[in-house]
Design a protein around this ligand. Structure first.
Ligand code: SAM
Ligand code: SF4
Length: 324
């Protein structure tokens, strides 16, 4: 429990701040502030933190980044994590570019669910937003379906003037493939520029846009995974669509159940607050598990009531290092 009575049992781990895409809202053009490889936790260090966290009652773990699939040892990390007693679920978020060849090995290693980012289906627009190739992402999704993951969710960041026209095609794709789709409001994570009136498309407005095409039936009891999305079933298409409104949902933090481990080994109790507790120093100074446990508990005690995104939050390091 954190000081506000929230049951925190979910750890999201950025395994690298590197990425093979450059999303408009995440990775500033020309970004050069990479951590060096020795800054990153090793696989052994990550697995050790996970084991200690599992001993403290953490049950759900998500590997993210940056792009977790650019780490050559990602399958081994998954495999070692899934052997740890007490862990209910190891999940992963990816942009999908390297997913096609890795889906089956990851599934075999014990990965249960996967989230794939998909901000547009139109190849030119997808490239404009991410710098990547949507056909590779779609091939990755097909491979993930074939590999038999328990759940595959699609994530789309809402951007006014950029991808509104893609929301409905994405809903149709989600319905056709039976994959839940979540729309995410922009957050000022790497830079504050993204949160202008011009760019910000609130979930409520996205719902109105979809409501012109189909009826949205609220699914208040639907929980898919461990996140804060509010789900709706689209009556005609049958798509299951979630909305993650970190900015406009004033109750967003009420049921927050997570902390983050940054690529360089800091525990971050809240995405939208700069508080961090350094585990890497302890790991590299030979601290025993009790010290790591104390540090994780300290981070939990420091977990704030809510994020500061509505309070002129100024990012101090990129989302890729913190772990989206
Ligand atoms: N590279 C992987 C991917 O793109 O799915 C995992 C890391 S990424 C940082 C995790 C999620 O954060 C993605 O769904 C991405 O769209 C989202 N994200 C990144 N920057 C964001 C921002 N400024 N606002 C809202 N969501 C953001
Ligand atoms: Fe890379 Fe994911 Fe960030 Fe896009 S959202 S730049 S794919 S880490």
């Amino acid at each position: 429990m954190d000081p506000f009575g929230r049951h925190v049992d979910y750890l999201r781990i950025s395994v690298t701040d590197r990425c093979n895409e450059r999303c408009l809202y995440c990775m500033p053009e020309g970004y050069k502030g990479w951590e060096t490889r020795p800054d990153h936790l090793t696989a052994v260090e990550i697995v050790r933190v996970v084991r200690v966290a599992a001993g403290l009652g953490f049950r759900k773990f998500r590997l993210t980044g940056g792009e977790p699939l650019v780490r050559p040892d990602i399958t081994g990390i998954v495999e070692q994590m899934t052997r740890i007693t007490g862990i209910e679920c190891v999940c992963l978020s990816t942009n999908g570019m390297k997913l096609a060849p890795l889906a089956a090995p990851l599934r075999q290693a014990g990965l249960r669910t996967i989230n794939v980012s998909l901000d547009a289906l139109d190849p030119a627009l997808y490239r404009r937003i991410t710098g990547g190739d949507v056909s590779r992402v779609l091939a990755g999704i097909r491979a993930a379906v074939a590999a038999g993951f328990e759940r595959i969710k699609l994530n789309c960041v809402l951007m006014r003037g950029v991808n509104e026209q893609e929301l409905w095609p994405l809903v149709l794709y989600s319905a056709e493939h039976g994959l839940p789709l979540r729309f995410i409001e922009l957050m000022p994570l790497t830079t504050t520029d993204v949160l202008t009136e011009k760019n910000f498309l609130p979930c409520g407005e996205a719902m109105q846009l979809l409501g012109q095409k189909d009826e949205l039936i609220p699914q208040p009891d639907r929980k898919l995974g461990h996140g804060p999305a509010r789900y709706y079933l689209l009556k005609q298409t049958g798509a299951l669509v979630g909305f993650i409104g970190a900015l406009t949902n004033l109750h967003f933090c009420d049921s927050c159940n997570k902390m983050r481990l940054t690529a360089d080994g800091k525990v971050r109790p809240c995405l939208g607050n700069h508080i961090e507790v350094d585990l890497r120093m302890a790991l590299r100074q030979g601290a025993d598990d009790r010290v790591l446990k104390d540090l994780l508990e300290t981070a939990l005690r420091l977990k704030p009531l809510e994020h500061q995104f509505r309070a002129n939050y100024q990012p101090c390091r990129p989302m890729t290092a913190i772990g989206g």
